[in-house]
Ligand binder design. Structure first.
Ligand code: HEC
Ligand code: HEC
Length: 273
C-alpha cells in the first residue's frame, strides 16, 4: 500500500506544524540552558523566597502562548473540520480497497466451473460455517443443521406446527397448521426420508406452495428435497431461527455473490442423492 502524502493537505499541515514545534522547542530550550550556564540573572525578583531561593517575575514567553493557543485551535479544527470528515482516512482507504478487490474477484469468477465452485465453497465453508456446522457439515450432534440430509422429521413437524416467516421467499410466510396429527407425522417422515417411497396423500396441502415434487416451484418456496442455491442464499441473507438454534445472517458483505453460490454448491454436495 502506498500513501500519497503530497495529495493530502491535512497531513502536510500537520507535518509542518510538528516541524515548527520541534524548531521552537530546540531554540527556546537552548536559550534557557545558555542563560543557566552564565549564571547571570536579570530581572525583578518576586516577593516569595524559599530558604534563600527566589523567583523572577518572568512573563510567559509570547512564543509559548502562541504555540499553546495555536495547538488548541489546530486541534479543534482537526477534529471538526479537517478530519475525519473531509480527508484521507485509513479506514476509508481500506473500505475502498476491499470494494475494488471484491469487484475484481467477482469479475474474475464470473463464470466459474463446478470444480472451482466446489473448491471455493469448501474454503468458505471451513472458515465461516464449520465452527457451527462441523468440519464435515454434519451439524455437531444437532447443534446446527446437518447437511448430510435436508431436515429431520422433528424439524419438519416443528415448522408445520409453528409456521415460519423468516426467509423472505416470494410466497411469503408459511402458515402454521397446514397439516395435523397422523397426516403431519406421515408428511414429516416422508420429507425426512428424502421424499422416497410413496408420497402421503396429505402432502397435497403442501404441494400448492412447495410443488408436487417438493422442490419449491422454482424458488417460490423453500426446496424441501435438496439444499439449493436459492435456499442457501435466502438463509445467508436473512438468517434463521429454528428448532435447533439461531443461524446468523451473513448479509454484511462478508461473502460475495459468487462465494454464496460456491458455498451452496459445496453444501449440496454433502447431501446424498
Ligand atoms: C402457503 C404456502 C405454503 C404452504 C401451503 C406450505 N408451505 Fe412450507 N413454507 C412456505 C414458505 C413461504 C416457507 C418459507 C418460510 C420462511 O420465510 O421462513 C416455508 C417453509 C417450510 C419449511 C422450512 C424450510 C426451511 O428450510 O426452513 C418446511 C419444513 C415446510 N415449509 C414444510 C411444509 C409442509 C410439510 C407443508 C404442508 C403440510 C407446507 N410447508 C405447506 C410456504 C408454504
Ligand atoms: C453461529 C453458528 C452458525 C454459523 C457460523 C453458521 N450457521 Fe448455518 N445454521 C446454524 C443453526 C443453529 C442452524 C439451524 C437453524 C434451525 O434451527 O433451523 C443453521 C442452519 C443452516 C441452514 C439450513 C437452513 C434451512 O432452512 O434448512 C443452512 C443452509 C445454513 N445454516 C448454512 C450456513 C452457511 C452456508 C454458513 C457459513 C457461511 C453457516 N450456515 C454458518 C448455525 C450457524
Amino acid at each position: 500500500m502506498k500513501v500519497n502524502l503530497s495529495s493530502d493537505t491535512v497531513n502536510q499541515l500537520a507535518l509542518l506544524g510538528a516541524a515548527a514545534i520541534i524548531i521552537l522547542t530546540v531554540y527556546v530550550a537552548g536559550k534557557y540552558i545558555r542563560q543557566m550556564k552564565t549564571a547571570e540573572s536579570t530581572g525583578e525578583l518576586s516577593e516569595e523566597n524559599w530558604d534563600g531561593i527566589g523567583e523572577y517575575k518572568n512573563p510567559v514567553p509570547t512564543g509559548w502562548i502562541v504555540s499553546f493557543l495555536g495547538t488548541m485551535i489546530w486541534g479543534l479544527w482537526y477534529w471538526f473540520i479537517g478530519y475525519p470528515l473531509n480527508a484521507y482516512s485509513q479506514i476509508g482507504e481500506y473500505n475502498e480497497e476491499v470494494k475494488t478487490y471484491n469487484a475484481e474477484f467477482e469479475k474474475k469468477w464470473q463464470n466459474p466451473d463446478k470444480e472451482t465452485l466446489m473448491a471455493m465453497g469448501e474454503g468458505v465453508f471451513l472458515v465461516q460455517c464449520a465452527p457451527c456446522h462441523g468440519l464435515d457439515g454434519s451439524g455437531i450432534d444437532g447443534k446446527a443443521q446437518g447437511f448430510d440430509k435436508r431436515m429431520t422429521a422433528e424439524q419438519v413437524l416443528h415448522v408445520i406446527d409453528n409456521g415460519q416467516d423468516q426467509l423472505k421467499y416470494p410466497m411469503g410466510a408459511m402458515p402454521p397448521g397446514m397439516a395435523s396429527g397422523d397426516d403431519a407425522k406421515a408428511i414429516a417422515k416422508w420429507i425426512a426420508g428424502g421424499m422416497k417411497g410413496e408420497k402421503p396423500a396429505a402432502f397435497a396441502a403442501c404441494a400448492s406452495c412447495h410443488g408436487e415434487d417438493g422442490t419449491g416451484m422454482g424458488g417460490q418456496a423453500p426446496n424441501l428435497r435438496h439444499y439449493d442455491e436459492t435456499l442457501v442464499t435466502h438463509v445467508l441473507n436473512h438468517g434463521k431461527k429454528g428448532m435447533l438454534g439461531k443461524m446468523p445472517a451473513f448479509n454484511d458483505g462478508r461473502l460475495t455473490e459468487v462465494q454464496k453460490k460456491a458455498v451452496a454448491t459445496y453444501i449440496r454436495s454433502l447431501q446424498e442423492d
